[in-house]
Ligand binder design. Sequence first.
Ligand code: SAJ
Length: 427
Amino acid sequence: MRFTTICVLGLGYIGLPTASTFANSGLKVTGVDVNQRVVAGLRNGELHIEEPGLRTLVQAALASGNLRIAGQPEPADAFLIAVPTPVLPDKRADLSAVLAAAESIVPHLRRTNLVVLESTSPPRTTVDVIVPILERSGLRAGADFHLAYSPERVLPGQILRELVENARVIGGIDRASAEAGRELYAAFVRGEIVLTDATTAEMVKLMENTYRDVNIAAANEFSRLADRFGVDVWEAIAIANRHPRVDILRPGPGVGGHCISVDPWFLVEAAPEITPLIRQARMVNDSQPAHAVRLIVTALGGLRGRTIAALGLAYKPDVDDLRESPAIEVARLLAEGGARVASFEPFALAARVPGCTPADSLDAALRQAEAVVLLVDHRAFVELDPVSVAKAMTGRVAIDTRGRWDRRRWTAAGFEVHVLGAGKRDG
Ligand code: SAJ
């Protein structure tokens, strides 16, 4: 094995599980983070992020002696950059963490090293941005050291399994770099390892998340059309999806998380004049919280003084992640419109939304409520018993922005039920 030591820069949702998995596969890993609180916490076995199974994985890696946590990089056979690339308020990619990480490697770079960028990045970042930085070492990319781009593609909530089982794309700046990447990741990847060039690998990552965003935007627009034309979008999608070449995703209150709601902007920024569809899809999904609020306004005949229990604030089911969450935006808009909103997020009880009162239990959220709104389809919310919910509330209005509640059961329990995209009334 050519790689025995590896330095992982960035110990977040991707870097930490990746560093720990390499360590548990027998490599000597230095996990680096610039945040001193993260470094201090991890040295004591304390995690700053939530992901099923991650604590056990990290503790095993630390206990084995193969994972060391540090504040700066050290010489190693391979360097892996897994730092965040958020978007700025004007939707341009913020590459500052990637640049800083690459610069921090320069003093330690040696002949035959491999450097891998994993952070989601605009097309050509590896060849146009990373190469010149690393060549400040005096070494030549390709001739002296290997360089590759390998996107992470794991689903939050299932990171540990997907890290190992998913197909892994490795794009080298040349064939030898891609081959070196394959040798490194073969330490733990069980899925297929596909080799390509660096810019193709960057595009693959952005295309995957953009495809999903555009598909959800179509579903969201279908939900608006269904509301307009008296059609139940859920029934219509279920029927359309029986077509062998159609697979429409689910409408909802919008698209959140730090991936799908962010990555398409990298393509729009890189080539605005040829990406009108991608930009428009982003705008449809970003305006969907306001559409959900319109549904609620119609259902309640206005917002001022109405008491609403908002169920869920996370960006998707059964995670604690609140980043870019459309549920938060809906709750905020309801409060801004004058409603008295009790918000309840069982996975993040400390979550706060401007203008809303956080509830520490479902009962506390429902107590004063005339309306209950499903914003996140956490399993516990989907499985709620409408009869018990009715007993806990003062009113009988149920609004489902996720298309998950059984209308007949909720109606039978005495609720007036409104579902996003269900323009058609029962019958
Ligand atoms: N959503 C809908 N309707 C749907 C599916 C999702 O409204 O039918 C919403 C969700 O509620 C959520 C958002 O979209 O707000 C994104 O959720 P998600 O589960 O689709 O995706 P992420 O952001 O958690 O993870 C994605 C994944 N990408 C793809 O499935 C193509 C994951 O594999 C990537 O690794 C991850 O982005 C990433 O890090 O880029």
